[in-house]
Design a protein around this ligand. Structure first.
Ligand SMILES: Cc1cc2nc3c(=O)[nH]c(=O)nc-3n(C[C@H](O)[C@H](O)[C@H](O)COP(=O)(O)O)c2cc1C
Length: 313
């Protein structure tokens, strides 16, 4: 895309990121998205050795740039922060905290740093800390969520910072891309729709849940623990919500949630697993390759918003 700061910054064709997804976003998905002209992201919320293998595997699958997501609160954050330098990863997205202390090192290793934020205050802090761009994520999204909707968050963040803003949360087709650009974003990050990409290795049961989901099928649990998460309603989420209402301790709730995403994503357990998903799942109803998803989204956006100046084919 011409005259787009995200494409220029990262040397890519389409300003779209595949959002990091713990237990899910591996080399297969990330490389497919990057190969199609976007940015694939490998989850860094995993053992360091696994992340290293995935980076090396992705490099075999594509010569194009891809990223690694670092959850700054995780135990091995320090190790992953080092790993992206030694493995020469070109992009890092961060969550759960401030990447300030790693910034100099990453920058001297030529890494583009793009934190995920859910508020104007954090966006400003990240810009000051030296971030190259920012991903602003609305509460419609799957996984851990903030309070503001994408519609309200994006224009406020866009007004508050000078670096490019990438919109996330609730973007599932070309209309979502066009709307994000209307709000001032210069790129999008998509999670839920990529869950059903052919190259996504999440369990088929998980994919089927996304494909069948309706608009009102997600809910947010964990508000009382300070770590709210959007999931598709199931046996686990109902138990969790009930216990939360009864006021059980945070420790007990955390015990119930521990390992639950893995159960759903890897084992395909749709009763006791945590089926993280965004509200846009109701719109996601076909399995496609990552390339088809990206091309379809931008063709549709272009028709509505002339993103490519009519040059998209
Ligand atoms: C199953 C799932 C797991 C996720 N895990 C993470 C994660 O580990 N780290 C992170 O920064 N974001 C995570 N996210 C958020 C995505 O990276 C992305 O920002 C979000 O899905 C965008 O909203 P959407 O789902 O409406 O497309 C997750 C999302 C989903 C659906």
């Amino acid at each position: 895309m011409e005259n787009n700061r995200v494409c220029e910054l990262l040397n890519i064709d389409y300003p779209i990121f595949q959002g990091a997804m713990a237990w899910i976003a591996d080399a297969s998905l990330a490389a497919a998205v990057s190969e199609a002209g976007g940015i694939g992201i490998i989850t860094g919320a995993a053992p360091t050795e696994w992340v290293k293998e995935q980076i090396r595997e992705a490099k075999k699958l594509t010569k194009k740039p891809f990223g690694v997501n670092i959850m700054l609160m995780s135990e091995n954050a320090e190790e992953i922060a080092e790993l992206v330098c030694t493995e020469k990863v070109s992009i890092v997205t961060t969550g759960a905290g401030s990447p300030g202390k790693y910034m100099e090192k990453w920058k001297s290793n030529n890494i583009k740093v793009i934190p995920v934020v859910a508020s104007v205050a954090l966006a400003k802090r990240m810009e000051k800390a030296g971030a190259h761009a920012i991903i602003a994520e609305g509460t419609e999204s799957g996984g851990h969520v903030g309070q503001l909707t994408t519609m309200a968050l994006i224009p406020q963040v866009v007004d508050a910072v000078n670096i490019p803003v990438i919109a996330a949360g609730g973007i599932g087709d070309g209309r979502g891309v066009a709307a994000s650009f209307m709000l001032g974003a210069e790129g999008v990050q998509v999670g839920t729709r990529f869950l059903v990409a052919k190259e996504c290795t999440v369990s088929q049961n998980y994919k089927d849940k996304i494909l069948k989901a309706k608009d009102i099928d997600t809910e947010v649990t964990g508000k009382s623990t300070g770590h709210p998460v959007r999931v598709i309603k199931n046996k686990l989420s109902r138990t969790y919500a009930k216990l939360e209402k009864e006021g059980v301790s945070v420790e007990e709730l955390e015990k119930l949630g521990a390992g639950a995403l893995r159960k759903a994503a890897v084992e395909g357990d749709m009763d006791n697993g945590s089926i993280m998903s965004g509200q846009i799942a109701g719109l996601v109803n076909k399995e496609q390759t990552s390339k088809e998803i990206i091309e379809e989204m931008f063709k549709e956006a272009d028709e509505r918003f002339n993103l490519f100046g009519g040059k998209h084919e």
